[in-house]
Design a binder for this molecule. Sequence first.
Ligand SMILES: O=c1ccn([C@H]2C[C@H](O)[C@@H](COP(=O)(O)OP(=O)(O)OP(=O)(O)O)O2)c(=O)[nH]1
Length: 153
Amino acid sequence: MMTAPAPLPIAIRRLPHGAGLPLPAYATAGAAGLDVVAAESLLLAPGARHAVATGFALAIPEGYEVQVRPRSGLALKHGVTCLNTPGTIDSDYRGEVKVILANLGDAPFPIAIGDRIAQLVPAVVQRATLVEAEVLDETARGDGGFGSTGVRC
Ligand SMILES: O=c1ccn([C@H]2C[C@H](O)[C@@H](COP(=O)(O)OP(=O)(O)OP(=O)(O)O)O2)c(=O)[nH]1
């Protein structure tokens, strides 16, 4: 049987306006994302976007990031999603984590303090060293992209 990787310890600091709110938590034993609740209330108008306060800050170990991802229920039922999905929390960021929500639906969407608005997924970061080259190796695809293989198989 495959063993699950050990959970990554991430330090979390509650900010004053996050007092009393639940910290991000897994809703089920197999959930991939830690659900994040809003630390402010607002009415998100159709077409509007807002960096929603969460009331906490993280210290992510070097070599990792935390991705801020939308919740599918909000997206499907209300058109509310993370505009920059997946949002990136850098390992050297110590400010408040915010969730950039956009309302792509056609009705105003109310957000109350304590509502679950997004989920956090830690990920390993593979950094790159760019090596400048005059010529790149040839491939069958070449510069074809953006739908060059068509829609149907
Ligand atoms: O959904 C998000 C995305 C980013 N951030 C915070 C943490 C992240 O480390 C920082 C910078 O994010 P990013 O690198 O995506 O933004 P940028 O526009 O490139 O800003 P910067 O110049 O500050 O890196 O903003 C959030 O709180 N929520």
